[in-house]
Ligand binder design. Structure first.
Ligand code: TYD
Ligand code: MG
Length: 460
């Protein structure tokens, strides 16, 4: 029994990679110095083995005999949240809500609790970060609360699980997973082994009771506490709350969902009295857009299933350095470099002596290739110091030889642009030829199909 001597195991606090010995660099995520030790005997509770109720003998069942009713869902009443969850909270699911500290995770969940508790759902909000008084102060900004919402300020994992088991609420919020502490798991609160231990226990509780559990996880820039990425594989649903620190927009993005489609986004605005849903994100994203200024181009991205118009800005100016500076905010830096190389080679525009700053306005991060045409148009517009028509939208993917390639869901993009009153839409020719949009929906908008970036130059 050589194994009996083995007392600890090591795993990466970034991605959860497990190893029998300490490693300087993680072979999975290539981060340095992220390995932490955890006692091996406690490991099992950190995994999801044996969590499914009524499955004690582990005998295989015939799939065609398994009964699967439509999942029961609790609709939260916050439309943008329901959309990202795939139509509401599935009973017995474990949901991770990640995001930077201060982005609004606690606020969003407390708002959800407010609506649900008013609809006669029994809810427990466990906070390891704030006192009941602090929670109350926040709650007062959000409105009146019903008596079905219970608050527990506690960080001890055993106590928290006992309270949940006794009380049997329908929904539990754990705010945050980094504050939960169990003596069994060794190490400090927030360490990788503590987080795994706590998540494993909540997973068991969620499936056994059943109760739906929301886990708040702070995204940490570096080190001391482990980040929520570590738990992504253990939970049913992963939502990230993002936005730039300055603007008041907040985007709730689904990156994993066992009960719905991923990549849906919900859009919110942080107000004085909590988060407000943004029902027309395109209009919202284009607020304050400059008219007829060089370097500003509107393009259309598809986020999940819905089209959103965004403004791409470029500033191209002569460099004072040996190496020109390039930055890309809100989009992929390497993609921008590639597009600049395509412009240089295919259009013969010498960008080598120019700095270029690209920004997707509004704090949204978009990596969809359909943005390419907008980025290229913005760069050229800024380089030539000529405004791009502010009533024109353009979208399309650009290939390495300067061809404009078709993108998916072009009808939705065109209709969104028409709905917001744009007068012209420049799009890939392949999409243009197959487009199936009624004259009515076009609302008088003209369409231009282009098949290369030379043609883009011709039509603008
Ligand atoms: P919070 O939900 O505490 O963030 P997290 O839980 O993700 O750390 O959000 C805190 C921020 O939101 C804080 O800077 C104050 C702001 N806020 C408002 O602007 N309006 C409000 O109604 C509330 C409750 C908070
Ligand atoms: Mg919080």
């Amino acid at each position: 029994m050589a194994n009996a001597k083995k007392k600890s195991v090591f795993f990466c606090s970034e991605c959860g990679f497990e190893s029998p010995k300490w490693l300087g660099q993680c072979p999975a995520c290539h981060q340095w110095d992220t390995f932490a030790e955890a006692p091996v005997s406690k490991r099992m509770s950190g995994t999801v083995k044996g969590i499914f109720p009524g499955n004690t003998h582990s005998t295989p069942a015939r799939l065609n005999e398994v009964k699967a009713d439509e999942e029961e869902r609790i609709v939260t009443g916050i439309g943008e949240l329901d959309r990202v969850l795939g139509g509401g909270i599935v009973s017995g699911s474990l949901i991770l809500v990640g995001g930077d500290p201060g982005i609004g995770k606690s606020t969003l969940l407390l708002q959800m609790c407010r609506i649900l508790s008013e609809n006669e759902h029994k809810i427990l909000y466990v906070s390891g970060e704030e006192s009941p008084k602090q929670i109350k102060m926040r709650a007062e900004r959000l409105g009146d609360f019903s008596s079905n919402l219970y608050i527990l300020c506690e960080t001890d994992l055993v106590t928290v699980t006992e309270v949940i088991t006794d009380m049997k609420p329908e929904i539990v919020i754990i705010d945050s997973i980094q504050t939960m502490y169990s003596e069994d798991a060794g190490q400090a609160p927030g360490s990788a082994s503590q987080i795994r231990e706590a998540t494993g226990r909540f997973m068991k509780l969620a499936k056994n009771l059943p109760v739906s559990i929301f886990i708040v996880g702070h995204v940490t820039k570096e080190g001391v506490v482990a980040g929520p990425r570590l738990l992504e594989h253990m939970v049913d649903t992963v939502l990230y709350f993002e936005g730039d620190g300055v603007a008041s927009y907040r985007f709730l993005r689904g990156v994993k969902n066992r009960f719905g489609s991923t990549n849906e986004i919900g859009v919110f605005e942080m107000r004085q009295n909590g988060l407000e849903e943004v029902l027309n994100p395109s209009g919202y994203m284009l607020q304050g857009k400059p008219e007829n200024e060089p370097g500003s181009v509107v393009t259309c991205s598809i986020e999940g299933t819905r089209p959103i118009l965004v403004e791409v800005q470029a500033l191209v100016c002569q460099t004072n350095f040996n190496m020109p500076r390039r930055t890309a905010a809100g989009t992929d830096y390497n993609r921008v470099n590639l597009l600049m190389a395509v412009i240089e080679k295919r259009l013969g525009i010498r960008l080598g002596g120019y700095d270029a700053y690209i920004n997707v306005a509004g704090g949204m991060r978009i990596s969809e290739p359909a943005l390419d045409l907008g980025i290229v148009a913005a760069i050229i517009s800024s380089y030539q110091n000529q405004a791009f028509d502010s009533k024109t939208v353009c979208f399309g993917e650009i290939g390495l030889v300067g061809e404009v390639r078709a993108v998916n869901l072009s009808e939705q993009r065109v209709m969104e642009a028409a709905k917001l009153g744009f007068e012209r839409c420049i799009m890939p020719r392949a999409n243009f030829q197959k487009l199936n949009v009624s004259k009515n929906a076009l609302n008088g908008m003209r369409l231009s199909g282009v098949s290369s970036i030379y043609e883009l130059l011709e039509v603008i």
